[in-house]
Design a protein around this ligand. Structure first.
Ligand code: 0O2
Length: 248
């Protein structure tokens, strides 16, 4: 490395930028895939399993804090291997079944590699935390190389998310030593939130069945909505497709 301190600083800045930027690109990759799944569901099934998504890059300060907890590192390569949630994306779904559906669809994408799955819904943490965590390796194509970048995807319901953000706030407010009665109440709140999720899921299934049974011949002429375009499908096009399907 150069002896000139300004040059040195420039080089270090360049290395940190190269190190961090791939995580941003990995997040963009996943966001696009999620957006496509969301739109596909909306167009084909008139249903949106994803309420919202939120991505974040772990700050260098927070990376160093986590590293200290884990016993330190000697190089950027060590950091890459030890801190695998520098790129994080949280997907909030309406129903528990949507969580598993989205997880399956992402894991089935042939160029994404699933490194680990932590199912804190089937096995909640003792404090009541529920969420499905996927650790994935995402291919990122740069001008001179391809990198496989770790990203943590957390998938949860609105109720689970509501609980986790409150718990996170309380944890920080009390500087990690939360009074026992609050811990107890938080655990109860997590269980109530889960009971609500289960009830909403049952209602949702029942409503979906009604929707299927309600389909009548009068619904035969319809519109398809592609983005902002509402396209009326005339009866003769419908007839043509039906004849094609019957092989006539
Ligand atoms: P932040 O600020 O969200 O980034 P690992 O990452 O595998 O080395 P760990 O803790 O075993 O370490 O991973 P795990 O269990 O997959 O959890 C990682 C993330 O899940 C945390 O990131 C939180 O975002 C979330 N999480 C896990 N447990 C809890 C919990 O009890 N309450 C809440 N509110 N969130 C939780 P970070 O890095 O801790 O923080």
């Amino acid at each position: 490395m150069s002896d000139n301190p300004i040059q040195q600083l420039r080089m270090i800045k360049h290395r940190i930028t190269s190190f961090m930027m791939v995580y941003k690109f990995a997040l963009s990759e996943i966001e696009t895939r999620i957006e496509i799944l969301r739109e596909e569901f909306q167009l084909l099934h008139d249903y949106n399993p994803i309420e919202h998504t939120k991505s974040r890059l772990k700050t260098p300060e927070s990376i160093m804090k986590k590293l200290l907890r884990k016993g330190g590192a000697r190089s950027l390569t060590d950091i890459r291997e030890q801190i695998r949630d520098i790129a994080g994306i949280r997907i909030t779904c309406s129903f528990i079944s949507d969580i598993y559906k989205i997880s399956e669809l992402l894991q089935n994408q042939s160029d994404l590699r699933t490194i680990a799955v932590k199912d804190y819904i089937a096995n909640p943490k003792p404090n009541g935390y529920r969420s499905l965590h996927l650790l994935m390796a995402v291919p990122v194509f740069l001008s001179d190389r391809e990198e496989l970048v770790y990203a943590e995807i957390q998938i949860r319901t609105i109720a689970m998310d509501f609980w986790a953000s409150l718990e996170h706030k309380i944890f920080y407010k009390y500087n990690q030593s939360v009074p026992q009665h609050l811990l107890q109440e938080l655990k109860e709140a997590a269980d109530s939130a889960y009971a609500l999720d289960e009830k909403m899921e049952r209602l949702h299934t029942e409503i979906e069945e009604i929707k299927v049974n309600d389909y009548t011949d009068e619904d035969r002429e319809f519109d398809v909505l592609i983005g902002d375009h509402s396209l009326r499908v005339p009866a003769n096009l419908l007839k043509l497709i039906q004849q094609e399907d019957r092989g006539e």
